[in-house]
Design a protein around this ligand. Structure first.
Ligand SMILES: *Cc1c(COP(=O)(O)O)cnc(C)c1O
Length: 420
């Protein structure tokens, strides 16, 4: 009843010469991915195709619940369920006690943000960047309205990344009023990778809590919370990690956990110790809720182990290579403008490729691709409003690649765009 991916993964072939990546066995990962047979999937920033082992793990636990009862099935999977925390902690370079499992990246981010916001006072400042994700920004707006705090959008460099000089200047200017730096590592709308580790050094140097939205970078590149210098990090399971929908996790640095009381509480996060008393858990699981889909969590655990077995360095390298290749192909098509930052490709961009077409609206392209079983997505102004408005964009086509995509697929996609 407990399929494991042990033995399901061949040791990385290892050698890698002149930009030719042989470390990922693409045929093998495609064979592990049932969806590859049906669709040309370039919506990995939305939800990736899961490996078979992930789907099987979820199904097996649902079957077990049906066969023996949900609580009883949970009891029997208790040890594996603990391992999920250790897998995620291993991927992030932190302790299992610093991880909370929740149902989405947004809920993870919210849990940290709203707990911090309890302490905000009128005039306090939240520093963020132009590419901040919609749901995070909605939370800023709500807290700004309720608590009288100010949102400071730190200006970007020419290439789109947050200006570190401007960030330091903002901290100097506002001093003790700066209560949070919140950054989206990789925006949902393009190839930009924010210099999160440099932001983390500034945050630490100034003792400002740093909340990193790693929703698009988790599973796409190596993440180490020490190197990143973040105090809190949120991510989802279904995007580059290839886990099931309805999964997400939050990292909170040990030294901060007990300073943050979650709202709301439940019997997972706290204990009712006397009629008029409660005690909040000491670890990051204070941010969890009692009820959850254990099947999906176990699936997430398999997805994380799968990603680590493939190797996050190798994944990042291949994804970057494929994305640059796709940008090159698209740029050669009349009417197409690639929109990823930095626009001159002077710095490393990730797997999210965005573009517009002179004659075809993004949603029209989406429809045409769908007819051909090519999955892309429209990224609208409302998902990253500040960045999109600054660049005068209302919508773009987003084609996000993963390591299981092939050069052949990208060629097919580029031809489909050329044929519009
Ligand atoms: C998708 C996304 C989120 C939200 O993730 P959910 O799991 O849907 O809550 C947050 N931040 C970024 C940058 C995203 O792309």
């Amino acid at each position: 009843m407990k399929p494991s991916i042990k033995g399901a993964w061949p040791a990385a072939a290892g050698s890698r010469g002149r930009g030719v990546i042989v470390a990922i066995d693409v045929a093998r990962v495609r064979a592990d991915t049932p969806g590859c047979e049906n669709v040309l999937h370039l919506n990995n920033a939305g939800a990736s195709l899961s490996p078979r082992a992930v789907v099987e793990r979820v199904k097996a636990h649902l079957d077990l619940e049906a066969a023996m009862g949900g609580y009883e099935a949970a009891d029997s999977a208790a040890e594996e369920s603990e391992r999920v925390y250790r897998s995620i902690a291993g991927m992030l370079g932190c302790a299992a006690e610093e991880i909370a499992l929740v149902e989405s990246a947004t809920r993870a981010w919210d849990a940290a943000f709203y707990a911090l916001a309890e302490r905000f006072e009128p005039g306090d400042k939240i520093l963020t960047a132009a590419n901040e994700y919609v749901s995070n920004y909605l939370a800023f707006l709500q807290v700004a309205r309720k608590r009288g705090v100010d949102i400071v959008v730190v200006p970007s460099e020419e290439g789109g990344e947050i200006s570190l000089t401007a960030l330091e200047a903002a901290i100097d200017q506002h001093g003790q009023r700066v209560k949070l730096i919140a950054l989206t590592h990789v925006p949902s709308n393009g190839g930009l990778v924010q210099p999160a580790a440099a932001v983390g050094r500034i945050a630490r140097g100034n003792r400002v809590p740093f909340l990193l939205d790693a929703c698009q970078s988790a599973g796409q590149m190596p993440l180490d919370v020490e190197e990143l210098g973040c105090d809190m990090l949120s991510a989802t399971g279904r995007k580059y990690l290839r886990g099931p929908r309805g999964t997400g996790f939050l990292y909170v640095r040990r030294s901060l956990v007990e300073q943050l009381e979650p709202t709301p509480l439940d019997m997972r996060s706290a204990t009712w110790t006397a009629r008029d008393q409660y005690k909040v858990r000491k670890d990051a699981r204070r941010f969890e809720t009692w009820e959850s889909s254990l099947a999906c969590r176990l699936g997430l655990g398999v997805a994380v182990e799968y990603a680590r077995a493939v190797g996050l360095e190798d994944i990042a390298e291949r994804v970057t290579m494929l994305a640059e290749r796709l940008r090159g192909e698209l740029a050669g098509i009349a009417g197409v403008t690639v929109r990823d930052l930095p626009g001159d490709g002077s710095r490393k961009r990730c797997g999210i490729v965005t573009f517009t077409h002179e004659r075809h609206a993004a949603h029209a392209i989406f429809e045409r691709m769908r007819e051909r079983r090519i999955n892309v997505r429209v990224t609208p102004v409302g998902s990253t409003r500040i960045d999109m408005e600054e660049r005068g964009l209302t919508e773009m086509v987003r084609a996000s690649v993963h390591y299981y995509n092939t050069e052949g697929e990208l060629g097919r996609f580029a031809r489909a765009i050329r044929d519009l």
